[in-house]
Write a protein that binds this ligand. Structure first.
Ligand code: G3H
Ligand code: 13P
Ligand code: ZN
Length: 311
């Protein structure tokens, strides 16, 4: 089976009350860990590549690794551009074999966001590729752009129908209180998501797939392990798993996870070096890192996303 788009995945997810995991990939071990979990649990999968990942690992290397994952497993896998900043990067990914792109015009004025998104949709659809847009701004850090909590703004549900119909996007990322990175809430602050906004969006746009960015749980076991083995992340905090599960039963069909991959990998590598200070063969520390990713992704698929057995 070749790479797929997210079209059928999202139709099934919406009907079935679950979400598909969209995991950021930067190297072979990350891809292998994620794919091993999805393959064992027969789960559909979105592997996503940021501009930073393309710069770090190279477009062709990443594309070929993902194609290898499809060949090895036969799983339905979509290859997605995460946070495309302009038309050119979207075009480059569409021309270079991606099946899905995100155009993130969320920081532009509304009409500019519509114009840019529609231009990407026209090109993508003419090439059989689907498009994710974004309305509303999340707090946190993407590539080198840091959006403070004060600058972040929730999605306005009344804009969503207009945006979707005028752009023709296939899915939409909205801001309901999630944020990028490992520090999603201030120390002592109670994690909260605006489910009222999500419900209103679902009412105004029935059967339309919604995307949650910044949706890592910042798994406490990994943070504890990092801190135990010499790291310093005392205030790291993410979105509680039960909130993500609830979102997945509603209109949310795609849940983006990157920070949890980073934490799983870093926790395993830190532990490995403390316990094995003389090791210097990269396979010795990258293998446990890959295993940690596999375990974390399996847990997400089974208990948070609910997409086990849905491939
Ligand atoms: O939302 C951003 C993702 O976590 C990707 O991060 O731009 O550092 O690759 P990156
Ligand atoms: P996290 O930082 O919460 O993993 O979010 C990742 C993301 O939204 C990628 O686009
Ligand atoms: Zn994101």
């Amino acid at each position: 089976m070749p790479l797929v788009t997210t079209k059928k995945m999202f139709e099934d997810a919406y009907k079935g009350g679950y979400a598909v995991g969209a995991f950021n990939v930067n190297n072979m071990e990350i891809i292998q860990g994620i794919v091993a979990a999805a393959s064992k649990l027969n789960a559909p999968l979105i592997l996503q590549v940021s501009a930073g990942a393309r710069k770090y690992a190279n477009h062709t290397y990443l594309t070929k690794l993902v194609e290898a994952a499809v060949e090895e497993t036969g799983l339905p896998i979509a290859l997605h551009l995460d946070h495309g900043a302009d038309f050119e990067i979207c075009k480059s990914c569409i021309d270079g074999g991606f099946t899905s792109v995100m155009i993130d015009g969320s920081h532009f004025p509304y009409e500019e966001n519509i114009e840019l998104t529609r231009k990407v949709v026209e090109y993508a659809h003419a090439h059989g590729v689907v498009v994710e847009g974004e309305l509303g701004q999340l707090a946190g850090i993407e590539d080198d752009v840091n959006v403070s909590a004060e600058e972040a703004s929730y999605t306005q549900p009344e804009q969503v129908h207009d945006f979707v119909t005028r752009t023709g996007v296939d899915s939409l990322a909205i801001a309901i209180g999630t944020s990028h990175g490992a520090y999603k809430f201030k120390p002592g602050q109670k994690p909260q998501l605006r489910f009222d906004i999500l419900d209103e969006v679902g009412r105004l746009l029935p059967n339309f797939p919604i995307v949650l960015h910044g949706a890592s749980s910042v798994v406490p076991e990994f943070v504890e392990q990092i801190n135990k083995y010499g790291g310093e992340m005392p205030d790291a905090i993410g979105i509680p798993e039960e909130m993500l599960r609830e979102a997945a039963t509603k209109a949310v069909c795609k849940i983006n996870i990157d920070s949890d991959l980073r934490l799983a990998m870093t926790a395993a590598v830190r532990k490995h070096f403390v316990e094995n200070p003389s090791h210097f063969d990269p396979r010795q520390y990258l293998a446990p890192a890959r295993d940690a990713i596999e375990g974390m992704v399996a847990h997400k698929i089974e208990t948070v996303l609910g997409c086990a057995g849905k491939a």
